[in-house]
Design a protein around this ligand. Structure first.
Ligand code: AHG
Ligand code: MN
Ligand code: MN
Length: 329
């Protein structure tokens, strides 16, 4: 029996996006296949453990943060459409090809605390237009709102390797077939239900949250007897890619809210290569994404590594959290 499958290549060939966007998506996803293969070999490929240095944000780099970053950088440097790249693991943006038409931002390895315990990690990417073609790209060229994104996606290295992708026309999902060495389409209209009974948050930070977020979680935890009138379930993967993937699969609410744990940090997640691409994906799947009050995609970035509070997923929950923040000031 011949089973017809749609590969990522087939999908892109028919899809309405510019050659530049299609080409960088192909480059990114090919590189993620390599990262996926390395992860599968784990300790046998000597990729686990600390790299022994810190990134620009003062975080300890894991070996795989560095390896994934270099693989992506090298691949994109050889893509003529790519004018520049920005990464969690680079202090500043790096110019690629000045004739390029797009800029690519990525978190090469999201959830890196999960690497050494054999749990889910991912790669997140965002593609922006390059508006100074012919000139060398600088950090300033990247500081565009999330609404300007031409494409966004993530690859989740879980029990299987999954790609979720948007170019502004809904969200499609692919699963990597290691035998065919191809991403195969598995879902072509991903939808996030407007309501949910499941939330994801690092509850150990409760004492650092603002009162409206404490109230929201208190109300969820009060269950059927409380004002929400229903029992909630909690899940936390410690990799945004994993938590967002669960929401695209069975709905839910994810938050890494504002907290006072560290001075001068508005939140933990980075606007340009975590919150923006994930917000684009979630909105394209019918969900919502905010910093508790404002739409993430409308925030004008001021720096590449800027952090932002994140509340995303089921539309009615995101709106309810905003209502609590407005009412409680
Ligand atoms: P990264 O590994 O790229 O630094 O990102 C990890 C982020 C995010 O993916 C996740 O939701 C969060 O950090 C986990 O934070 P906790 O350590 O508070 O669980
Ligand atoms: Mn991350
Ligand atoms: Mn990372």
């Amino acid at each position: 029996m011949l089973i017809h499958v749609t590969t990522l290549g087939d999908y892109l060939a028919k899809h309405n996006a510019t050659p530049a966007v299609k080409s960088v998506i192909a480059t990114l996803t090919h590189t993620c296949e390599e990262i996926s293969e390395l992860l599968k070999r784990g300790a046998l490929a000597d990729i686990l453990g600390e790299a022994g240095n810190q990134n620009v944000q003062g975080e300890e780099q894991k070996k795989l943060d560095v390896i994934a970053n270099e693989l992506l950088l090298n691949a994109l440097a050889n893509n003529k459409y790519c004018a520049g790249v920005a990464s969690e693991e680079l202090d500043h943006a790096t110019a690629a090809n000045c004739g390029g038409e797009v800029l690519v931002l990525f978190d090469p390895l999201d959830g890196s605390s999960n690497i050494d315990i054999n749990m889910a990690v991912g790669t997140i990417f965002s593609v922006l237009p390059y508006n100074n073609q012919g000139q060398t790209a600088t950090d300033d060229d990247f500081l565009q709102k999330g609404t300007e994104q031409l494409a966004a996606g993530y690859v989740l290295y879980g029990t299987s390797t999954i790609l979720a992708l948007t170019t502004g026309d809904g969200v499609v999902m692919f699963s990597y077939d290691p035998n065919l060495r191809q991403f195969i389409l598995i879902k072509d209209r991903v939808n996030v239900p407007v309501d949910t009974k499941e939330y994801a948050i690092n509850a150990s930070n409760y004492r650092y949250w603002l009162p409206p977020m404490q109230r929201y979680i208190d109300e969820c935890n009060a269950g059927e007897a409380g004002v929400r009138g229903k029992d909630f379930n909690m899940r936390w993967i410690a990799a945004m890619v994993g938590d967002v993937h669960r929401i695209l699969t069975r709905g839910g609410l994810f938050s890494y809210p504002f907290d006072t744990k560290f001075a001068n940090k508005a939140g933990k997640l980075r606007l340009m290569y975590e919150a923006n691409p994930m917000s684009f994906i979630i909105e394209q799947a019918g969900g919502a994404s905010s910093d508790a009050l404002n739409r993430i995609l409308d925030i004008k970035p001021t720096s590449i590594h800027q952090r932002v509070p994140v509340v995303l997923g089921a539309k009615n929950e995101v709106e309810y959290i905003k209502k609590l923040h407005v009412e409680m000031g």
